[in-house]
Structures are given as structure tokens and as C-alpha cells.
Design a protein around this ligand. Sequence first.
Ligand code: ZN
Length: 197
Amino acid sequence: MICRLCLDPGISEDFFRNNGLDLCAACFRLDPTPVLVERGVGVVWNDTQSHRLLDVLNVVTKPSLNLDLGRSFHARITLPEVPHLSFKFVPETLIHKAGKWIRDEPEVGDLIFDKRVYVRTETPDELRKYLAEDGVQSSILSLFSNVVANNKTNSVSLLGSVLEVCVHKAERQDIFNEQKLKLDVVGLILPLLNSEP
Ligand SMILES: [Zn+2]
């Protein structure tokens, strides 16, 4: 078996499945940043001031006002090559559902995905191929699980060589799992990389 992230072969007992992708123990447990950088990917996690501010606000206001603003996660990924693909995914809302029939949204044949995720793209054929890749749909569904409803900044987008992920999880800070979120992002990146070791 070969690890989908570091491309190292290993013993089968040392492999873990995440969003349908086989990862070696090290890639499953450790920060994926060094391996991604080695594969030519630019990685910035949680870089924006606004997200830091939200997290600070959350810590400051939660005890007194009992507000659950959750916690934000942001990733800005620069791919080594510009893919022939662009998209924006957002969690589906009632407003999107109402407008769906007049929009040109590609249905991807997976009911759960179509119900939960709203898709905009300029490259529908390439998007269908991308969504058929191992791990892509599960990674997006995982990123959008437990997000703060109707937060307009929840999105996963690819424009040029830049993949941007922004989610506000309606979870308490102690449950927030940054490693899992990073592996969800890895699931979106891997099909866009050259698979040569
Ligand atoms: Zn690995």
C-alpha cells in the first residue's frame, strides 16, 4: 500500500483511512504541512486577522453572554500548477435551494452531496471529474459539517492556483480538531497534484 500524501510505501497495518484515502501513520497523525511543501504546495493556515478576531471574541464573550460563535478555520493553499478547474462550494441554504432551478448548477449524482453543498463553477466538466476523485466529496462534507448556519464566509473555492477554505465550526473549542480539518484540506489537494512520487 502507498500513502496518498507522502507517497511512501509502508506496512498495511500502519495505514489509516481518512475520507476514503489511505494515509500512513505519520501522515495521519502529524501536521501535513512539511509533506505538502515537499510536494510543491504553498500552505498558510489561519492567516487572516478577522478569523483571529473571531476566535478572540469567542473566548472573551462566551463565558459572560453564553454566545457560541464556534471557532474558525482558514487555509490558503497555492498549488504548484494552475489546474483547468475553478469552483466555489458553500453549504446549501434555503435561499440557494429556491433559486436552484434558474441556476446552472451541475448535479453530481450524489443526493447527499447535492442536498448539502451548493456549487458554482465555470468548468462543469472538469468539476464532475474532480468530484468523482477519491476523498473529494467526503472532504467537503466533513469541512461543512457542524458549521455555523448562514455564516456567509463558509466556503471552499479554487481560483487559478489558489485553493481557499474558510469554515466556522459551531463546536466548542475543546472539540475543534485542527488535524482533522487539515486532513480534509489534504483530501481536496491530492487529486490536483501530480501523482508521480
Ligand atoms: Zn504518509
